[in-house]
Design a protein around this ligand. Structure first.
Ligand SMILES: NC(=O)c1ccc[n+]([C@@H]2O[C@H](COP(=O)([O-])OP(=O)(O)OC[C@H]3O[C@@H](n4cnc5c(N)ncnc54)[C@H](OP(=O)(O)O)[C@@H]3O)[C@@H](O)[C@H]2O)c1
Length: 269
């Protein structure tokens, strides 16, 4: 999730510089809403991820957040992607670290969201149900936060979340990506935008359920301590064992440039 600082303004006061298209053919004056349009006539959830990386593949900067990699054009793309989607999906660690709150409506989204709620709901996946309070208490009625958890989550927290959010409880110790996709599909939320983090994304990649990766390449080098945009850990689903290594071909749908940031859109073949 490039610059996953939620609710950042669509443009910096001076606004980001113009976006140039480099591929499939060079051109100026890119219309971001057209460039990032979801496929038409979806009949199942289409899972798009939006992540930012340094040029050496790091996803988390010295602040412990992705904002070290961010820029005005990156926030602009993030805003357009949020305006286009039906739901923003995140792992609970990202929601905690980045201080997620319900998405605020923006005037510029009106043409993008005609016939839909003014903002996409946030959907968050968590075992602990340790969630930012605002996600539970400040969401509008037509975009209530959706919370995915397991039957082993603390009972009191489950009850509290159920009272203020749309709670989906899955049997077992883990919420599988297929549970998330099915439940979002049942709610008619087909245009899915996941903003990570790297652990949640690893599970979607592992399950073969990531349809598209929008990757911002930020002109910085982070060094070897930074995790990648897709990263598991010992004991977590998606951990980097040989068995979890994939070699899935993707097609580059476009490559844009703004202020020395590259914006690639990769779609699964
Ligand atoms: N560069 C980028 O574009 C980017 C994007 C997003 C985030 N980030 C950075 O990445 C870091 C956070 O990412 P992360 O990879 O550590 O964590 P994450 O993927 O955001 O969240 C992991 C958490 O999600 C919940 N979760 C994940 N899979 C689950 C499952 N199958 N069942 C139930 N719950 C599940 C658990 O929450 P509980 O702990 O509540 O049980 C788990 O601890 C932050 O530093 C953030 O700034 C960077």
């Amino acid at each position: 999730m490039p610059s996953n600082t939620p609710n950042t303004p669509n443009t910096a006061p001076s606004g980001p510089g113009p976006f140039r298209q480099l591929l499939p053919e060079p051109g100026a004056d890119v219309d971001l809403a057209t460039a990032y349009a979801y496929p038409d006539d979806l009949d199942r959830p289409f899972v798009r991820a939006n992540m930012v990386s340094s040029v050496d593949g790091g996803a988390i900067g010295p602040s412990g957040r992705s904002r070290d990699l961010s820029s005005a054009p990156d926030r602009r793309v993030m805003g357009v992607l949020r305006g286009l989607c039906d739901v923003v999906l995140v792992g609970a660690a990202t929601a905690r670290v980045e201080g997620y709150a319900p998405v605020r409506p923006r005037e510029v989204w009106e043409p993008l969201r005609r016939g839909r709620p003014g903002t996409p709901p946030i959907a968050v996946v968590s075992r602990t149900l340790d969630l930012p309070e605002a996600l539970l208490t400040s969401a509008p009625e037509d975009a209530r936060t959706i919370v995915f958890t397991t039957a082993s989550a603390p009972r009191e927290r489950r009850e509290r979340v159920r009272a203020c959010a749309d709670l989906v409880v899955v049997d077992g110790l883990s919420v599988g990506p297929e549970h998330v996709v099915n439940a979002l599909g049942e709610r008619g939320l087909f245009r899915v935008l996941t903003e990570g983090g790297p652990h949640l994304l690893a599970e979607f990649v592992g399950a073969g359920l990531l349809d598209e990766l929008c990757l911002t390449l930020s002109p910085r080098v982070l060094g070897s301590g930074a995790p990648r945009v897709v990263a598991g850990g010992p004991g977590t689903p998606g951990a980097p064992t040989r068995a979890s290594v994939r070699n899935t071909p993707v097609r580059m749908a476009h490559l844009l440039e703004a202020e020395e940031n590259l914006f690639a859109r990769y779609v699964r073949e």
